[in-house]
Design a protein around this ligand. Structure first.
Ligand SMILES: Cc1cc2nc3c(=O)[nH]c(=O)nc-3n(C[C@H](O)[C@H](O)[C@H](O)COP(=O)(O)O)c2cc1C
Length: 274
């Protein structure tokens, strides 16, 4: 069998920090012959999306940065391990910066769809994880990756993760999960996608990731109301791209009306810069 190519996306700027070493620890326990390639995510140059919709209309993205490099490395890999430090109750912002450029994912989604990944959130203080796991899940889901596991791991000092005796056991488990069959979702999260961050409505929870609706009955059983449809099948993703493209015609039809209402605001206020 051809050796597998594992891609480690290290979401921390710290050399030999917890994100870097836990990715390496998991990779060395993967029970298949493999090579490991690593990308230090905060070192990538990722520019903000300028919302031109050019890429959706089939044009090249005007931003010259590392997006293509990153997407091509994901395409060529067999499995991906993604680790982010928790910063102020969220994942490292590089993952959101990349997700903001997610229209570019349409270029590769047919090749990335279903590729397995493991998500790791490294945090330093109990009860201070916040919304970090949701950001990594969103990044992976928009890329069409199959999330085999999404876990949180505690380690505050750089590289401290390996001092914890349980780390080896967890690394072994995660290594065996990367290329395993996807089992039923574990935990108390959304029954459709596993995300644990929900919006509360009067009689139901709405998942903040897939927007599925569910509730708990009196016997603490989770009851599905309906799927959210944010992600779904590959066909569904491609249909979304079609829909975005059709919005161009919609905009051209309404452009004059829109301009009539927005133009009076053009000269209002003074733009200030540093
Ligand atoms: C700027 C900054 C903000 C942080 N914010 C949090 C936080 O909100 N919650 C938490 O549990 N840990 C927080 N931490 C601790 C890191 O998540 C933790 O040390 C992690 O293991 C770092 O991973 P690394 O060694 O790969 O950089 C923060 C660390 C830094 C540097």
């Amino acid at each position: 069998m051809k050796p597998k190519l594992i891609l480690g996306l290290v979401g921390s700027p710290r050399k030999l920090g917890n994100c870097e070493v836990i990715i390496k620890e998991i990779a060395r326990r993967i029970p298949y012959e493999h090579t490991l390639k690593l990308i230090r995510m905060p070192s990538l140059s990722i520019k903000p999306c300028s919302a031109c919709y050019g890429c959706v209309m089939g044009k090249a993205c005007p931003k010259k940065d590392d997006m293509d490099f990153l997407l091509d490395r994901i395409v060529e890999s067999d499995g991906i391990i993604i680790a982010s430090p928790v910063y102020f109750l969220g994942a490292h912002s590089i993952f959101k910066q990349i997700t903001d450029r997610g229209f570019l994912f349409f270029r590769v989604v047919e090749k990335t769809f279903g590729k397995p990944c493991v998500l790791l959130n490294l945090y330093g203080m109990e009860e201070r994880i916040g919304a970090a796991p949701q950001t990594l899940m969103s990044f992976a889901s928009f890329l069409g990756l199959e999330i085999m596991e999404s876990v949180t791991m505690k380690a505050a000092l750089p590289g401290e993760i390996l001092l914890n005796r349980e780390t080896g056991i967890e690394a072994e488990r995660l290594a065996s999960r990367l290329f395993a069959e996807k089992g039923p979702l574990q935990g108390y999260g959304c029954p459709f996608c596993g995300c644990e961050i929900v919006k509360m409505e009067q009689k139901q929870f709405i998942c903040t990731l897939c927007h599925g609706a569910f509730y708990y009955d009196k016997g603490h059983n989770i009851i599905r109301i309906k799927e959210g449809g944010v992600f779904g099948s590959l066909e569904h993703r491609l249909q979304h791209k079609e829909w975005l493209t059709s919005m161009k015609d919609e905009f051209l039809k309404k452009r004059k009306d829109i301009l009539r209402t927005t133009l009076p605001y053009k000269e209002m206020g003074e733009w200030i810069e540093p």
